[in-house]
Structures are given as structure tokens and as C-alpha cells.
Design a protein around this ligand. Structure first.
Ligand code: FE2
Length: 277
């Protein structure tokens, strides 16, 4: 077994410094800003809410799996329905198919280097199913509650693995990831899925409340890649600093797992590709 796989199985995550160059990170952020500038929100803006119980269940969210959609911060609008900040600084994230639809995001998401990492982790038949540009603006970016990524990309058997890239330095005060080493050696607590008749719901498998005991901050430099096991509980705090904390995440699942049609994110698995550029 490769040393990186050993480490990954032990901790449930892997921190790889200098995986991407500063130029690659800056280019992706530049492209994200370009995409956001082209977003016409005059129709029906979708607000991204952090608690899964109140997560927006509108069509905009449910259709975003196969396109490039824009999600506002929870408090982006004032009582009159006007944005409190400029459009870019009102957005929480962009998702969820940039890796397939945008050339710059595709190039970042697929490379010989990522393929080699996937090989070292024995992710031979893994498919890229979701991408997110997480903006976490200075003094605006909100909390992301403790969750397991497999709740949102449910497969049988469980197979979700995330690749989280720090596009800027991530520190405690600008909202870095927090996780507990070894915390993935547990079971799945919930499944966020489409509800019969419309909307979404969470099926609870384990209703014990999460605790942050044993969670440690993963403070990392720009360009770091953090590989996250789908069962590893993790979260991030609000950005209370004057520096943004942009990150890009891609999520992958095994081609050999069952991907239920009740999952919130719908993609035709035959259309999905792996890490090869
Ligand atoms: Fe996550």
C-alpha cells in the first residue's frame, strides 16, 4: 500500500502541500470571478442556507448538478430585497458542474498529477460528479455546519471522496477546515435526498449530536490539496478576517457503487469522467 493511502486510511484525510501552483490558483479564482460577473440574478436568486434542514429546496438548487449555478450568502439581501454588497461579494459559492462545462475548471480538475494521486489511493474507477467554488469572502463568508460529504453524495456502498484545494491561505480566522484525525471510522449519520412530491429531506441514520471534541484546524497554504474521506465529519467557521478564503472542491464516487436516483444531485453517470485530462 502506498504511504499516502496508509496515511489517508489512518486519518480520513490527507494534506498535500504545494499541490497546485499559485498561478493555477489565481487563474481559477479569476475564472470564477468572470463566471460570477455573467450571472443575471434578476430572476429567482437562490439563497444557500447552511443548515441542511433549511437548505433551499427550490428547482434552482436541484437543477444545479448539471450546470453552473450561483448561490448567495444567507444574509446577502436587505429587508427591501436589495444586495447589501456587490454581486461577487454577495455570493457564497458556485456549483456544481464547472469541472465538466468550463475549460479552465476542467483543466484544474483533471491532470496527470491528480490521476497519479488517484492511482496512489487506488481510486481506479472514480468519477468526478460535483465541483464547487467556495468564496468565503472576508468578514462575509458564513459557517458550514459539521457534516459528512457522503450525506450529499450517497452511494451504496459508501464511496464519496472529496478533493479540496486551498486557492488562498486558509487560517483559523478566515475559516479553514476543521476535522478530527480518524473521525471517518464511523457510520453515515444522514442522507440528504429528494423528497417524494418535491423538495428535499434528510433521512437520519444516527441522531446523536455532533461534537467538536477532537477536531483540529487544518490551516494550509495556497495550493494545498486536502483529500477528504466521505465519512469524515468536518466543518468551517465564519470568515471573521479581512482576507478571503477561496477554495475549490471536487467530489468523486466509485463507478461501481449504486448511485440512487433519489440523490439531490442528478447526473447521468455514463456522462461522468475521471481524473484523466
Ligand atoms: Fe464538506
Amino acid at each position: 500500500m502506498s504511504p499516502v493511502k496508509q496515511q489517508f486510511l489512518k486519518d480520513g484525510y490527507l494534506v498535500l502541500d504545494r499541490f497546485k501552483t499559485p498561478v493555477e490558483c489565481e487563474s481559477l479564482m479569476q475564472r470564477g470571478a468572470e463566471l460570477a460577473a455573467g450571472f443575471d440574478y434578476s430572476g429567482h436568486p437562490s439563497v444557500f442556507q447552511t443548515s441542511e434542514q433549511t437548505r433551499t429546496s427550490d428547482d434552482y438548487f436541484l437543477n444545479s448538478g448539471g450546470n453552473i449555478s450561483f448561490f448567495f450568502e444567507k444574509d446577502a439581501f436587505d429587508a427591501q430585497g436589495n444586495l447589501k454588497n456587490d454581486l461577487f461579494h454577495s455570493l457564497n459559492k458556485i456549483g456544481h458542474a464547472m469541472h465538466d462545462l468550463d475549460p479552465v475548471f476542467n483543466q484544474f480538475s483533471r491532470s496527470p498529477q491528480l490521476q497519479a494521486l488517484a492511482d496512489a489511493l487506488n481510486l481506479d474507477d472514480y468519477l468526478l460528479i460535483q465541483s464547487m467554488l467556495i468564496l468565503k469572502h472576508a468578514r462575509i463568508g458564513g459557517v458550514v455546519d459539521i457534516h459528512q460529504d457522503s450525506s450529499f453524495l450517497y452511494t451504496e456502498p459508501e464511496s464519496c471522496i472529496g478533493f479540496w484545494f486551498a486557492l488562498e491561505d486558509a487560517t483559523i480566522d478566515n475559516g479553514c477546515l476543521w476535522a478530527m484525525p480518524g473521525g471517518h471510522r464511523t457510520s453515515l449519520r444522514s442522507w440528504f435526498k429528494r423528497k417524494e412530491g418535491g423538495g428535499t429531506e434528510s433521512i437520519i441514520f444516527d441522531d446523536r449530536p455532533y461534537t467538536t471534541e477532537g477536531m483540529i484546524p487544518l490551516e494550509v497554504k495556497q495550493g494545498t490539496c486536502i483529500v477528504l474521506h466521505g465519512l469524515l465529519p468536518h466543518y468551517s467557521m465564519p470568515n471573521t478576517s479581512g482576507r478571503s478564503r477561496q477554495a475549490y472542491a471536487i467530489h468523486t464516487i466509485s463507478r461501481h457503487s449504486c448511485y440512487p436516483s433519489e440523490n439531490w444531485l442528478r447526473r447521468n453517470l455514463d456522462d461522468l469522467r475521471g481524473f484523466a485530462s
